[in-house]
Write a protein that binds this ligand. Structure first.
Ligand code: SF4
Length: 121
């Protein structure tokens, strides 16, 4: 089996072909122009991850929401569950950039942090 990917590790966007044997092990990777492309292809085919951005509700602030993101990519299969956790959280103003909003989200070892500010009223 061959899987075709577009590398998103840089703006060039190389087309990468990943070939698998009958046991679903990677046998070859081609089309990448650098080692980051190979690393991207291996991760994407074995343990895909994504960064997550969203907003969290704020009480007592000048704005009702503050933007947040995962400090690092998290496993792709945790995205929906992570959104549910983020949507269930309300933080109290003031919020500063970098504040940890959710520590170790879903035991991923990754914190959800604020990427914007929300001053108190
Ligand atoms: S393989 Fe390398 S050069 Fe090509 S898109 Fe990925 S990071 Fe960029």
């Amino acid at each position: 089996m061959i899987r075709e990917l577009i590398c998103v590790a840089c703006p060039i966007g190389c087309s990468i072909s990943v070939e698998f044997d009958e046991n679903n092990n990677i046998t070859s990777i081609s089309g990448n122009q650098c080692k980051w492309g190979e690393a991207y292809a291996v991760t994407e085919c074995t343990a895909p991850t994504r960064s997550l951005t969203s907003t969290v509700k704020v009480t007592g602030g000048k704005k009702p929401l503050v933007p947040v993101k995962t400090e690092k990519p998290i496993p792709k299969e945790k995205m929906l569950e992570s959104m549910a956790v983020i949507n269930s959280v309300t933080v109290k103003a003031p919020v500063k950039i970098g504040d940890v909003i959710i520590k170790n989200a879903l035991d991923t070892g990754v914190d959800i942090v604020a990427t914007g500010i929300c001053p108190a009223e």
